[in-house]
Design a binder for this molecule. Structure first.
Ligand SMILES: Nc1nc2c(ncn2[C@@H]2O[C@H](COP(=O)(O)OP(=O)(O)OP(=O)(O)O)[C@@H](O)[C@H]2O)c(=O)[nH]1
Ligand SMILES: [Mg+2]
Ligand SMILES: [Zn+2]
Length: 264
């Protein structure tokens, strides 16, 4: 979008760019509405190049199943994905490296970061330069804090972690896109409470688990959902430890929860 800003903060939109790609999720359930009612697609942002999926190692705990859902959303939108594992200063049990290797082995770039030690900050900045970037993840993982440290002067509001739930308190309430230089933009987003993908069919889900593709061609049935079908090469690869059981569990969990979405 191009626009002219007036001094009083109002502005005139000159041009709206064509939406080339976009990232979305299923709109959250309305409280009290139960499982009734259709859930529409909620567009998070459009025309972006890079998706930084941010998770934290502690406060809140690292949630690999959520990371895998964000990955599926990003892959289905053809975004370049970078996984940021933040709060490594709180990594008392040294689990960050293990998670990092898991994702690196299947081809993702992973940045271990901390606003306390400053680790990973320059790496994120370098990755972001020259692109339109979105930072996405659960509440409280440190998206706004990281951006504040990477780009001094940004002054994004940051929140505290609830002592009761160890979760974030939804400090960022609307997405905001910030121009860093003429070629670099960053979008800070509100932490999501739940991440469910929209419009992905059961038989397509495995396409967004990158490491599955290599084996899936050998499944007996071309419509295999790699769940219980005979002659499934994915199940075989999990048995042979060629595919991580952790990722396969994530896949099964997602498969279970996929509903047929109504696409207009
Ligand atoms: N120990 C530690 N705390 C951090 C780190 N990064 C962020 N925090 C703290 O985590 C809390 C939440 O940070 P935010 O930046 O508001 O998190 P957010 O992801 O933007 O959260 P939402 O806006 O709610 O989605 C704040 O108290 C930060 O100071 C880190 O690397 N280490
Ligand atoms: Mg925030
Ligand atoms: Zn299969």
């Amino acid at each position: 979008m191009e626009f002219d800003l007036n001094n009083d903060g109002t502005g005139v939109i000159k041009k709206i760019e064509k939406r080339k790609n976009y990232i979305s999720r299923k709109a959250p359930r309305i409280r009290g509405a139960g499982y009734r009612g259709e859930r529409l697609e909620q567009i998070i942002a459009a025309n972006i190049n890079k998706l930084f999926i941010v998770g934290s190692i502690n406060e809140p705990d690292f949630n690999n199943k959520a990371i895998d859902r964000f990955i599926v959303a990003g892959e289905s939108s053809h975004l370049d994905i970078i996984i940021v594992i933040n709060k490594t200063d709180l990594d008392k049990e040294n689990i960050a490296e293990t998670w990092s290797s898991l994702y690196k082995e299947i081809g993702y770039r992973v940045i271990l970061s901390s606003i306390i030690s400053g680790n990973g900050i320059n790496e994120i900045k370098t990755e972001a330069k020259g692109y339109k970037n979105i930072f996405w993840g659960h509440s409280g993982v440190g998206k706004s804090s990281l951006l504040n440290l990477i780009y001094p002067g940004l002054n994004l509001e940051t929140g505290e972690i609830s002592p009761f739930t160890d979760k974030g308190t939804h400090k960022t309430v609307t997405s905001i896109m910030i121009k860093i230089d003429p070629d670099t933009y960053v979008i800070d987003t509100p932490g999501v409470r739940e991440i469910e993908t929209f419009g992905i069919r059961k038989e397509d889900l495995s396409h967004y688990f990158n490491e599955f593709e290599f084996y899936a061609v050998n499944c007996r049935f071309s419509t295999c959902t790699h769940y219980h079908e005979p002659g499934c090469a994915i199940i075989e690869a999990v048995k042979n430890e060629q595919i991580s059981e952790i990722r396969y569990d994530s896949y099964l969990r997602m498969l279970e929860t996929i509903e047929e979405d109504i696409i207009y």
